[in-house]
Design a protein around this ligand. Structure first.
Ligand code: 5RP
Length: 252
């Protein structure tokens, strides 16, 4: 895709000295301004998205929003949405979603994302792939020049069957980028992390740029054993970034 070039709006607020969580909340609340009564909403997962879910619940309780249907992207978000009173459904009943709001682990200048540190990448990709509008909410620490730059993991959801084989194949696929593949655990040496779909996650740690993202995406998805990966290419339509100098809203 082409580099984002349209409508950059900077708010007058200057949230200097705010914590990272407060910045996440500012981005989330800004995104909720896009929500209108009667919408079918994709509800994201993670510590940023949960602020949006809470706010939508609050607006419903206050009667400022009506007739919202939420489509959660994880069991955790499902539980939170129920607890704040958002009526829920699923993609089978609502195959087209008006608007999704979700966080990201990395955002590149073209609005390509890495997601899935929270482990919900498969359901997020299904829901956000069915949206007319996908608003990504982040604090400024998530902005990168290229995916993988932050040295955080690039997650890949795989079937548990012979996971070591799949992990090794992924590592070899990105050998030139110095890839190290690690099975995600619940804690450092504890039990294996299992996704909402009963799968495992392999976190790919990269030392450099993996080049053409579309080629890399296709190659990962062609590997039997892989269910989905955390690169969200050309999916986000709007990016909201909360930083020390204010909030920016960028439309693709
Ligand atoms: C979960 C995700 C999250 O959106 C991503 O990890 C960002 O999380 P947080 O808002 O907690 O930083 O992709 O699978």
């Amino acid at each position: 895709g082409s580099e984002v070039d349209s409508s950059v709006k900077v708010s007058s607020e200057s949230p200097i000295n705010l914590t990272q969580d407060e910045l996440k909340k500012i981005a989330a609340y800004k995104a909720v301004e896009f929500v209108e009564s009667g919408m079918v909403l994709g509800l994201g997962t993670g510590s940023t998205a949960c602020h949006a879910v809470a706010k939508i619940g609050e607006l419903l309780q206050q009667g400022k929003l009506k007739n919202i249907v939420g489509i959660p992207t994880s069991k955790k978000t499902h539980e939170q949405a129920i607890s704040v009173g958002i009526p829920l459904s699923d993609l089978d009943s609502y195959p087209v979603i008006d608007l999704a709001i979700d966080g990201a682990d990395e955002v590149d200048p073209f609005l390509n994302l890495v997601k899935g540190r929270g482990g919900s990448l498969l359901r997020e990709k299904m829901v956000e792939g069915a949206c007319k509008k996908f608003v990504v909410i982040v604090d400024e620490t998530k902005l990168v020049n290229y995916l993988g730059e932050s040295k955080l993991a690039m997650p890949v959801e795989i079937v548990p069957f012979c996971w070591k084989f799949t992990a090794r194949r992924l590592e070899l696929m990105f050998e030139e980028a110095g890839c190290v593949a690690k099975l995600r655990k619940v804690s450092e040496d504890g039990e294996i992390y299992v996704t909402d779909n009963g799968n495992y996650i392999i976190d790919l740690y990269l030392k450099k740029d993996i080049g053409d993202l579309k080629v890399a995406s296709d190659e990962i998805l062609r590997l039997a054993g892989v269910v989905e990966h955390g690169m969200f290419l050309d999916m986000a339509t709007t990016l909201i970034v909360a930083g020390k100098l204010g909030v920016t809203v960028r439309n693709k």
